[in-house]
Design a protein around this ligand. Structure first.
Ligand SMILES: *Cc1c(COP(=O)(O)O)cnc(C)c1O
Length: 240
């Protein structure tokens, strides 16, 4: 299936989920996760109008990042890709990512916050970050515990080059889509509590949640960014 066809199909599902939950389509952004596909397919995705691109490892993302950066610079393009780093990030890799990725979705510890802050301060920039929360409680998942959020937000105050823009979570993979609902609802309630208590500021509005298998439920529960890989840009084997 072409990327255009995939986009249309996903759009229909997003619109249906919006209709079911009384939300507006504009409230939801799509991060097209290109980690499974080639540079060519990544370029095709961008040309097809998928402006927000997501990768989870710098080693794999670097060639794509550089190629698209060069293309858009050569063409003096007005529309540039917006890069989202969605994978777990080692502190020593923060210097590779900061300044190139526009958002980091996986802030899950203070040592990483410090590394991001240092590099951002060096570059004179501020990095919008999502705090990753392990709502499901699975041991294999990254993220702080929900109960740690208020303290973590307070401690982030020491790193002013980090701008906390919201929360990110992943639901257990093997779950039926419907079973993910409490995970997504939990993340939304956590954001709402953090805002209501004053632990988080005005900019703390986003919920990065929902992947190919569960984005419709995530939208119904308030997602503002969904991260779509296989359903939207496909996997390498679909390219043939
Ligand atoms: C791979 C990945 C995605 C996209 O996965 P699909 O199920 O293919 O949509 C989303 N978020 C994160 C953090 C990922 O690592």
């Amino acid at each position: 299936m072409s990327i255009e066809d995939r986009i249309q199909q996903v759009e229909r599902s997003i619109e249906a989920a919006c209709l079911r939950s009384g939300r507006r389509r504009e409230e939801i952004g799509i991060v097209a996760v290109t980690k499974y596909v080639s540079l060519e397919r990544t370029k095709e995705a961008f040309r097809s109008g998928l402006r927000h691109l997501g990768e989870n490892r710098w080693q794999d993302a670097e060639a794509k990042w550089r190629a698209l950066d060069e293309d858009t610079r050569e063409a003096a393009a007005e529309v540039k890709p917006v890069w989202h780093f969605i994978g777990s990030l080692q502190s020593r890799k923060a210097k590779d990512v900061v300044g190139k990725f526009d958002y980091i979705h996986s802030l899950d510890r203070l040592s990483l916050a410090e590394a991001i802050h240092k590099q951002a301060a060096r570059l004179g920039t501020q990095v919008p970050c999502f705090i990753q929360v392990n709502v499901s409680g699975e041991e294999s998942k990254h993220g702080i515990k929900p109960s740690e959020l208020p303290t973590f937000l307070g401690e982030l105050g020491a790193y002013p080059s980090i701008k906390p823009v919201g929360l990110m979570t992943m639901a257990p993979y093997e779950m039926e889509a419907e079973a993910t609902r409490p995970v997504f609802r939990g993340l939304r309630e956590l954001r709402d509590e953090a805002r209501a208590s004053g632990a988080a500021g005005e900019d703390f509005i986003h919920l990065s949640m929902g992947m190919s298998g569960d984005f419709e439920i995530a939208i119904e529960e308030g997602a503002t960014w969904i991260r779509l890989g296989s359903i939207l840009v496909g996997k390498e084997e679909d390219e043939q």
